[in-house]
Design a protein around this ligand. Structure first.
Ligand SMILES: [Fe+2]
Length: 199
């Protein structure tokens, strides 16, 4: 991403892991790229400063890298995960955090923290720490919305690709429980005119 000091260096050290993950889950690369574009748009609209935008972009790129440690039988399972499998799947946010910490890059502590909390819910029902409201890093709250939109827009082993209208209906129904209402309101307005909006 132009203008970022962190990005090129991180690409060199961690992108190999993305390529390895992509060999198992072909959705990963396109998902990461779209998440970065949407996160940048939403971060800009939310007034995030440049240094935080860098951290947000890196987080959007690598937040799911820990899925490299999730077995295929779970990662690619077409049906619903049972509770044991779900626990393994949930471990990916902490695995991603550890990988970013090991990369020892500038701002890696901030990025690792954003990634650790990218599945926390606004009402405290998320994971891994059950943080709620403003205790969840703002960049994680942004990433959660972007990630949810993008994930539903693509066909996955466990669901078909959904239309923009359907995605927004689902996100709206979850907004007060899962998402920061202010950030979600901002996202709802910007996505209508975004190049990343699906049909
Ligand atoms: Fe994730």
């Amino acid at each position: 991403m132009p203008g970022s000091a962190i990005y090129p260096r991180l690409f060199g050290s961690v992108d190999g892991l993305i390529a390895a993950l992509e060999m198992r889950d072909t959705h990963t690369r396109a998902h990461c790229d779209r998440s970065v574009r949407l996160a940048t748009e939403l971060g800009n609209t939310c007034g995030i400063v440049d240094s935080e935008l860098d951290a947000l972009r890196v987080s959007a790129r690598f937040h799911d890298i820990g899925k490299i440690g999730v077995p295929d039988a779970i990662l690619l399972k077409p049906g619903r995960l049972n509770s044991e499998e779900w626990t393994v799947m949930q471990s990916h946010s902490e695995s991603s955090e550890r990988i970013i910490q090991a990369a020892a890059l500038p701002d890696h502590e901030v990025i690792a923290d954003v990634i650790r909390h990218h599945h926390e819910s606004f009402d405290g029902s998320g994971y891994p720490d059950g943080l709620a409201g403003g205790n969840i890093p703002l960049l994680s709250r942004i990433l959660l919305i972007v990630d949810a939109y993008d994930a539903m827009s693509a066909m996955r082993p466990y669901h078909p690709a959904r239309s923009h209208k359907d995605i927004m209906a689902i996100l709206n129904s979850e907004s007060s429980r899962k998402f920061d209402p202010e950030v979600f309101h901002t996202f709802s307005r910007l996505i209508e005119h975004s190049p990343a909006r699906v049909h």
